[in-house]
Ligand binder design. Structure first.
Ligand code: KIV
Length: 284
């Protein structure tokens, strides 16, 4: 098994132009699979709201949801760097509340870092968290928690006017003391430019490359989340299809009495069959 990576390893990887591969995970088994695949890092994203809890977006997700899923992921991937995603409302009210909530991820769920959305507009909370000694990652570009003000789940920085805002956000995140930055759904040219400009590692989700690494949502890439698949997702497996196929076969087997056959049953202790049947008769 590969050695658990930390912040300095990620900086070294940036300097050596090595790409970080990471995915989201929300539960114990997926975390185990990610660790077995030697994933460099795992995000317990608030996308769990859509992928696991069935909400339309990430806004309803609570601190308790995030902490509980982070704990499960930590149990499944004890030797992997884990980033906990701060849910909407957990870092926007006051900086001290932001620090308190960020600390909960480390203390209760043993994550290695936290992530929060926003550049300039959340730089104060980011700075307060980083100043408290917590590894904090910024997340800019398409920020799902603020898809309302952005006009939906839309790519950002497609023209020079909006690209300027993305660059200003990136600079603000580094200035605030973040150890890394995630950029979502912008053109590759913009993401690469920012990755070269910043000294901290810059990761892409739907922002092409080259930068310092790629993130995908596990439920999208293995076909577990079927409501929609963003343009930037490469689907590596269709687990959802396989589960439906298995469930259908099971329904058929139960309805036709094929399951459970003898091989799936426990058997009466050898030599006790007669006594067993006698006992059953007493209750007839
Ligand atoms: O919650 C999440 O999975 C995320 C990704 C969309 C980056 O924040």
């Amino acid at each position: 098994m590969a050695k658990k990576k930390g912040r300095l390893d990620f900086i070294k990887m940036k300097q050596n132009h090595e790409q970080v591969a990471w995915v989201t995970a929300y539960d114990f088994p997926t975390a185990q699979f990610a660790e077995a695949a030697e994933m460099d890092m795992i995000l317990v994203g608030d996308s769990l709201g859509m992928c696991i809890l069935g909400y339309k977006g990430t806004v309803p997700v609570t601190m308790e949801d995030c902490i509980s899923h982070c704990k499960a992921v930590r149990r499944g991937a004890p030797e992997t760097f884990i980033v906990g995603d701060m849910p909407f409302g957990s870092y926007q009210i006051t900086n001290s509340e932001a620090v308190y909530n960020a600390a909960r991820f480390l203390k209760e769920a043993e994550t290695d870092a936290i992530k929060l959305e926003g550049g300039l507009r959340t730089a104060g909370a980011l700075k307060a968290i980083a100043d408290a000694g917590i590894l904090a990652m910024g997340h800019i570009g398409l920020t799902p928690q603020s898809s309302g003000p952005l006009g939906g789940f839309k790519a950002q920085g497609l023209d020079p006017y909006s690209a300027r805002f993305v660059i200003e956000d990136a600079l603000a995140v580094q200035e605030a003391g973040a150890y890394a930055l995630l950029i979502e759904a912008v053109p590759p040219e913009l993401c690469s430019f920012i990755a070269k400009k910043l000294t901290i590692p810059v990761y892409s989700i739907g922002a092409g490359g080259p930068c310092d690494g790629q993130l995908l949502i596990s439920s999208d890439m293995i076909g577990m989340f079927q409501s929609f698949t963003p343009k930037f997702v490469k689907v590596y497996a269709n687990v959802g299809e396989q589960i439906t196929k298995a469930f259908k076969e099971y329904v058929k087997d139960v309805h036709t009495g094929v399951f459970p056959s003898d091989e799936y049953c426990y058997h009466i202790r050898k030599g006790m069959e007669e006594d067993y049947n006698k006992m059953l008769k007493e209750f007839e």
